[in-house]
Design a protein around this ligand. Structure first.
Ligand code: ZN
Length: 273
């Protein structure tokens, strides 16, 4: 069994890995012994992770008997299209919207102060190590906030939908091609790759599916008749089709286009026309 981002099995100290010196010896032993005890039980394994700030994560992975599969034949499957973005984190084709909390952008000022403090310290001195640990903690805080949010979203969506249709984005390419530094930061802050990995994991665990579909022209295509609005810019928040006059929120139109590309058409779509 493999849990998300954590391979089941015995924790091992890798060569060159930082020692957990931030914790007293007793605490380290306590954690390790707990892990040993747990891993002897069938279906239980432990993953230990040491963060740069000295914090240690101990993850207990407990295998549960597989739920009895019930036949879904004949049952309608609930599909949703999702447009991911840096303004709004996600817009769903059923009209739900999730704002982007941008944890890195909100922490940026604090990170800059900590980086400046670190640059003033003598390399490898006690104060330098202290400042470095503080900076690592701040980065971990941002990472934790993001992962916590993504796992909650994964659980929420996997509980409500059977098929989650996403744009098959080249996120790395988007970050390099971002026109401005702020846009690059926001793309990085949104961590689409991590979000997609967590969603895929959450859906797979529930026997459901994340379905990537081609991303070309998603924002420019008219959901209603398929015409293309080439003049749409990043600043335009409303999509207007020059061919048929269809007008809708830009992100909602994109999420509906994605859903349509997967072969599903929302039963309510005519209501918004
Ligand atoms: Zn149109």
């Amino acid at each position: 069994m493999e849990a998300f981002g954590c391979r089941a099995g015995w924790p091992r100290q890798k060569h060159g890995e930082e020692e957990g010196s931030a914790l007293p010896e007793q605490n380290r032993l306590l954690h390790f012994n707990s892990a040993q005890g747990a891993s002897r039980k069938p279906g239980v394994s432990v993953c230990v992770k040491l963060e740069p700030s000295g914090r240690i994560h101990v993850v207990f992975i407990v295998g549960e008997p597989e739920a009895e599969e019930h036949s879904s034949e004949g049952e309608p499957r609930k599909a949703v299209g999702v447009d991911l973005g840096i303004g709004r984190l996600a817009t769903l084709s059923d009209g739900r919207i999730l704002e982007n909390p941008r944890p890195l952008e909100r922490s940026l000022e604090r990170v800059r102060v900590l980086q400046r403090n670190l640059s003033w310290k003598k390399l490898l001195s006690d104060n330098w190590l202290k400042a470095k640990r503080k900076l690592a903690k701040r980065h971990e805080h941002v990472k934790d906030f993001r992962r916590d949010l993504f796992f909650k979203l994964g659980a929420l969506f996997a509980g409500e939908y059977d098929i989650f249709v996403l744009e098959d984005l080249n996120v790395g390419g988007l970050i390099q091609e971002g026109e401005t530094r702020k846009r690059r930061l926001r793309l990085d802050d949104s961590s689409f790759s991590e979000l997609k990995r967590i969603l895929e994991w959450a859906f797979e665990m529930g026997g459901k599916l994340v379905l990537p579909v081609p991303s070309s022209n998603t924002s420019h295509e008219c959901f209603h008749r398929g015409g293309i609005n080439q003049s749409l810019t990043l600043e335009d928040r409303v999509f207007h089709c020059p061919h048929c006059g269809f007008t809708l929120d830009r992100d909602l139109n994109a999420s509906l286009v994605l859903l349509k590309r997967s072969g599903w058409v929302p039963p309510f779509w005519c209501a918004c026309l």
